[in-house]
Design a binder for this molecule. Sequence first.
Ligand SMILES: [Mn+2]
Length: 216
Amino acid sequence: MAVTQPALRFEVVARARPCAGEFVNGDLVRWKQVGEATFVLVVDATGHGKEARRVAELVEHTFDSAELDDPVAFMSSLDQCLRGSRGAAAALARLDADQRRLSYAGVGNVSGRVLGSHDTQLVAREGTLGQHFRVPKLQTLDLESGDLLLMHSDGISGRFSSNGFPELAGAALPFLATQLLERFGKLYDDASCALVRVEEPGPDGSEHELEVDSEQ
Ligand SMILES: [Mn+2]
């Protein structure tokens, strides 16, 4: 007899800060709940400062007004929207609570990893949205309670692991996000990260609760 597993719940925390000497950010982190699906977007507009900020705002508007579904399709539509701009790197994750599944697509230097019972590096297609675009591959992964999805721009060095950063396993997400920016953030680049902890639904049945924490 097939056992139906309960829908997962996701805790989302996102942080971004501009590079030293700038007041506006070309990095952007956004998330959105659409029915059973949670979408998380990380964007790094080329360069920094006001021009990069304008590109980030264009992406923000596109994301907020889009009918999100397939991450690959969204990358293609972002590429269209950014034609004629200086371009951006981006990745979009879709987490399905019912199907307990992640789907993911990325273009350019935005990193994605899932840490849990296995450590999976998500692959981005080389290129720049709006400039040199090739359709990325959709990656899918079954999610388990305790998994941590970690997405970040190249303003955060990817050279950390659970060995040098043991807090990754269990610390509260707001703390982890701050640590990523302070310990692994590059001073002279905009930096951003999004973290999603996968959890079983609580005893009160609040399986679709989305916790949101943002300082942008
Ligand atoms: Mn960057």
